[in-house]
Design a protein around this ligand. Structure first.
Ligand code: FES
Length: 167
C-alpha cells in the first residue's frame, strides 16, 4: 500500500476505517489483502473487523475488476421492464454470476440501482456505453463486440512482436 495513504490519517483512530478503505480502493480499484492487513495494523483493529466492514458495504470489492464492466440496471423502471431476464441471459452467456469476473478477466458483471436512463429501460451499461431497450437476443452480439476488441488487440500485439518480447 502507498504509505502516503495511511499517513493522511492518525494511527489507531478506528473512525477512519471506511475513509481509508475508500481511498485504497480508489487507487487500486479493489482492496488487496495486504492492504487490509496494513490498515488493520495501522488502526489497531483485528483483521476480521476490517474484513467485516469491507464485505458489508457494496461499494467495496475484494477482487480486481475485469477489463470490461457490465452493469445491469435493477432499478424500479428497469425491473418492471424485465431487467432480471437480461441479467440471467448475461450470467448464462458469461458463465458467471452478478458480482463475479470471468476467468479471463475480460468481463465483470454487476447489478446497479437506477443509472438515470429510465426512458430507455431496461438498460445495460458496459464501460462508457449504454444499451437501452435491451433484449435477451442482443446479448451475444453486444458481448461479441468486447470480445472482438480483445482478439484484435492480441493480433496486433502478435503482429508487432510485442508478445514475443515480453514472453
Ligand atoms: S431504473 Fe434503470 S435506468 Fe432508471
Amino acid at each position: 500500500m502507498k504509505k502516503e495513504i495511511l499517513e493522511r490519517y492518525p494511527p489507531k483512530d478506528r473512525s477512519n476505517l471506511i475513509a481509508l478503505l475508500q481511498e485504497v480502493q480508489e487507487v487500486y480499484g479493489y482492496l488487496p489483502k495486504d492492504d487490509l492487513r496494513a490498515i488493520a495494523e495501522y488502526l489497531n483493529l483485528p483483521l476480521s473487523s476490517v474484513y467485516d466492514v469491507a464485505t458489508f458495504y457494496n461499494q467495496f470489492r475484494l477482487t480486481p475488476l475485469g477489463k470490461n464492466v457490465i452493469r445491469v440496471c435493477r432499478g424500479a423502471v428497469c425491473h418492471v421492464k424485465n431487467s432480471a431476464n437480461l441479467l440471467i441471459a448475461l450470467e448464462n452467456e458469461l458463465g458467471i454470476k452478478a458480482g463475479q469476473t470471468t476467468r479471463d478477466k475480460n468481463f465483470t458483471l454487476e447489478t446497479v440501482a437506477c443509472i438515470g436512463a429510465c426512458d430507455i429501460a431496461p438498460v445495460i451499461n458496459i464501460n462508457e456505453e449504454y444499451y437501452g431497450r435491451a433484449v435477451n437476443k442482443e446479448i451475444p452480439k453486444i458481448l461479441a463486440k468486447y470480445m472482438q476488441e480483445e482478439i484484435s488487440k492480441n493480433k496486433i500485439k502478435k503482429f508487432n512482436g510485442i508478445e514475443n518480447q515480453t514472453a
